[in-house]
Design a binder for this molecule. Structure first.
Ligand code: SF4
Length: 462
């Protein structure tokens, strides 16, 4: 059961990639529980044919997994130091690339031991920080980290913010089911999002709204931090949002209306992400900026309240539920259509919500936004989730602003949202591995990208 807070707007985290860093951290926390907190050796095996051999270091899987093994939180300020901290805690780590042909490209096989016991765990990262533990000590399981579970004589504590609610009856699971449930009443998308999350998480209306207001406040603080300036050694791009803010203030940019503030906030959030600051994976860390930047920029221009921003984010969250349910946010599976494309669709629905558009407007805007992102590949330069990720977040946000206005003006999306998601999934099936977050294709293999990659590697050894 997808939850807006567990799986779509969240986790609140540090690191470049939610499917690497935050997901690995959640897996690590569960593995720590499996060992009762006493770990002396960890063998980590990654499939040679998957995504992780090329990305586990640069995109933060190691950092997240090690932080989880230490019992840390996804937003812990010490996260960048987790490899050293794990060594200092006396845990020996070995990483092997093995010819396994695992069905999922983000599969973690862990063998953990201490002086008296050994346990194994197989888990996958399914995108946006979501995980599934598939095997513990040779027993088939299906754990998402949303509940307290007793297994192999140990208690695995929940690692998700909203607990599982096995008795929940969801009002709808797809956009088509939502439209049928609404029955032409045109109840705003954000209200349906509250109904959904109440049923999913056993929460009240006030709790759902308050949780999202808290997230909006975190995001506004991160935007301010980004514009003020961030630094981090292991990144490619410097502090560009400050230059953009300066040019905006001097009137030295083209008059693009609300788009300029949107670009500024998108850049600021991406810089905070790459500087190991606190961000919200919405829906992922790589695509963390388009949705919050567009919502907060447009809402500020319209002088909306933080509650209004939260309602827009909830509307976005429900569109994300309709993607994550049948498909994925994982670029390793779906390319950047799954990250940037999802962010564009969610943002478009959120912006319609800020303008008091109807349910039909909001879902139509989401459909149009995703339609034009099909085929987008994932090819981060030097596996650093900066280039072309900044541009792809800007693209998603700009696309969302346009599609929101088109929907509000009555444009016809023609293809229902669920069908567009299905089309994206079919496109992904035909997308080569090289274009799905492996740093083996696209811009990642240009001469300049290879040079930058070598320079970063040399810098890391100095
Ligand atoms: S190219 Fe897109 S999917 Fe790939 S890391 Fe960048 S933002 Fe994520």
């Amino acid at each position: 059961m997808i939850s807006i807070f567990n799986d779509v707007i969240g986790p609140v985290m540090r690191g470049a990639s939610s499917s690497h860093c935050a997901a690995a951290l959640r897996i690590g926390r569960l593995a720590r529980d499996l060992m009762g907190g006493d770990i002396q050796q960890v063998l980590i095996e990654f499939d040679l044919h998957g995504s992780l051999p090329a990305t586990h270091q640069s995109q933060g899987s190691d950092m997240g997994l090690f932080g989880g093994l230490l019992g840390w939180d996804a937003a812990d300020a010490r996260l960048a130091m987790s490899p050293q901290a794990l060594r200092e805690a006396g845990v020996a780590v070995e990483i092997r690339y093995v010819d396994l042909h695992d069905p999922h490209p983000n599969t973690y096989r862990l063998t953990l031991s201490n002086a008296t016991e050994q346990h194994t765990m197989i888990a996958i990262s399914t995108g946006g920080g979501m995980i599934e533990v598939q095997d513990v000590d040779g027993q088939r399981v299906a754990l998402d980290g949303g509940a307290r579970v007793e297994i192999s004589g140990r208690v695995l504590h929940p690692v998700l913010p909203v607990l599982s609610n096995p008795g929940a009856t969801l009002p709808f699971r797809s956009c088509a089911e939502l439209m049928a449930h609404d029955g032409g009443r045109e109840i705003p998308l954000w209200q349906w999002a509250v109904e959904y999350e109440k049923a999913r998480g056993n929460l009240t209306d006030a709790e759902v709204l308050a949780k999202m207001v808290e997230i909006v406040r975190i995001l506004r603080a991160s935007i301010a931090e980004g514009v003020a300036g961030t630094t981090y050694a292991d990144r490619l791009l410097g502090h560009q949002s400050g230059m953009f803010a300066d040019h905006m203030q001097r009137g030295a940019l083209l008059n693009a209306g609300v788009l300029n503030r949107t670009v500024l906030y998108t850049t600021a959030l991406m810089e905070v992400k790459s500087a190991m600051g606190v961000i919200v994976a919405a829906p992922t860390a790589g695509a963390c900026a388009a949705l919050p930047a567009s919502v907060i920029a447009v809402a500020e221009e319209m002088q909306c309240s933080e509650e209004d921003m939260a309602r827009a984010m909830l509307a976005a969250g429900l569109i994300g539920v309709f993607i994550a349910g049948p498909w994925t946010f994982a670029a390793e599976v779906g390319g950047c259509q799954a990250e940037g494309g999802s962010a564009a669709a969610m943002s478009a629905a959120a912006l319609v919500t800020l303008a008091d558009g109807t349910l039909t407007h909001a879902t139509g805007a989401a459909s149009m936004a995703l339609q034009s992102m099909l085929g987008l590949i994932c090819d981060p330069v030097a596996a650093r989730v900066e280039i072309p990720c900044l541009g792809k977040n800007v693209l998603a946000a700009s696309n969302a602003v346009s599609c929101a206005n088109m929907a509000l003006a009555g444009f016809n999306a023609m293809i229902p949202f669920d069908e567009v998601v299905g089309a994206a999934a079919r496109v992904a099936e035909r997308m080569p591995r090289e274009h799905r977050c492996t740093a083996l294709g696209g811009l990642a293999t240009t001469p300049t990208a290879l040079r930058l990659s070598a320079e970063l590697a040399a810098r890391a050894q100095m």
